[in-house]
Design a protein around this ligand. Structure first.
Ligand code: F6P
Length: 367
């Protein structure tokens, strides 16, 4: 037994499966190591301002199926560049990293489990280089992290998007409409492509393939001529037209967050289609529904495996790593290898070939 006290943080946007990870870390740390587990509240903000709670087997009972994170999270609060709005309305940026390290030391932790996406894991790596024994655990609905086959949260989001598509299918067909479903994923089209294939979309538009409006219109007309006067379009929020750029909204929030907020491309596309086609067009933006709620079984199992393995790695003093799924195994990879890069869909990915070979239009085929 080499661990006495360990800490865990959930940072960045939430997703389903975070509580499964917390529960697994708590149980493995207590059962295997007899360690105490300290939960840091609201991401790295909790480390800066010393907001913590002890996590026990009792306090984490019944959270396996619960969405969100019992620790809270934020996608603001970077300790190296902490943004605050001053009394006069101007923005002030503080470097609170030293303060956060002092709190870590005062908590007397052997290890810090950092559960997050690309941004949070990059912060974890920065702290590791400053001497904090960090182990990263990959999460995000976007599935855009390198060095892991899947991130937990993704499959749940795909299922939610697929269910939405099934519902849009029946109403769209009944009313002879073009139904657009805009899904999340930031600059990666994983959710749109997987859920679009699973939900039988006729057109799937992803950031990796800028779409040609003419070809999208062709597909809708082609279907109409063939006796199907309705079409289902699965659209990733980061998709853009050839020569255009993604639609960005809610710019005000970026002041504190420092990240562009995508969304709204669905309404833009609806307007474009309406100008050229007589069918009615409707757009649904699925938004945060993809992030909330109970995790699917795949994400519960993956989260549990990652959490338990992370404790094993900590007991072996393996730090500066991220635990990852390399099917069928959980392995560790150096955090250094992630280096703030995101994984979009490669142009030659088999899912792209699969979609096009069965006639799904990705905005670059004539029909
Ligand atoms: O990264 C996860 C994600 O849900 C993206 O798919 C989306 O663009 C973004 O977060 C939304 O962020 P927020 O919760 O700040 O609106």
């Amino acid at each position: 037994m080499s661990l006495k006290r360990v800490g865990i943080i959930t940072g960045g946007g939430d997703c389903s499966g975070l509580n499964a990870v917390i529960r697994a870390v708590v149980r493995a740390a207590i059962i295997q190591e007899g360690a105490k587990v300290i939960g840091i509240e609201t991401g790295f903000e909790g480390l800066i301002f010393n907001r913590t709670q002890e996590l026990t087997i009792r306090s984490t009972r019944d959270i396996l199926t619960l969405g969100g994170t019992i620790l809270g999270t934020t996608n603001k609060g970077d300790p190296f560049s902490y943004r605050e709005i001053g009394a006069d309305g101007s923005m002030v940026i503080h470097d609170y990293s030293e303060k956060a390290i002092d709190v870590f030391n005062a908590l007397d932790l052997d290890c810090l489990f950092v559960v997050g996406g690309e941004g949070t894991l990059e912060l974890g790596y920065k702290f590791y280089r400053r001497g904090v024994p960090v182990i990263g655990i990959p999460k995000t609905i976007d599935n855009d992290l390198h060095k892991t086959d899947y991130t937990f949260g993704f499959q749940t989001a795909v299922q939610v998007a697929c269910d939405a598509l099934d519902r849009l299918h029946t109403t769209g067909k009944s009313h002879q409409r073009v139904m657009i479903l805009e899904v999340m994923g930031r600059n990666a089209g994983w959710i749109a492509l997987e859920a679009g294939i699973a939900g039988g979309a006729h057109i799937i538009l992803i950031p990796e393939i800028p779409y040609n409006l003419e070809y999208v219109l062709n597909k809708i007309r082609f279907r109409e001529r063939g006796g199907s006067p309705f079409s289902i379009i699965m659209l990733a929020e980061g998709a853009s037209e050839e020569g255009g750029s993604a639609v960005v909204t809610e710019a005000a929030e970026t002041r504190l967050q420092g990240v562009e907020k995508l969304g709204g491309v669905g309404f833009y596309l609806a307007e474009q289609i309406t100008k050229h086609i007589d069918l009615e067009v409707r757009c649904t933006v699925l938004g945060h529904i993809q992030r909330g709620g109970s995790p699917c079984s795949f994400d519960r199992t993956l989260g549990t495996r990652l959490g338990a393995y992370a404790v094993e790695a900590a007991a072996n003093h393996e730090f500066g790593i991220m635990v990852a799924l390399k099917t069928p195994d959980i392995i560790s990879v150096p955090l250094a290898k992630l280096a703030g890069k995101v994984r979009t869909i490669p142009q030659d990915h088999q899912l792209i070939r699969t979609a096009e070979s069965i006639g799904i239009n990705l905005g670059r085929d004539r029909y």
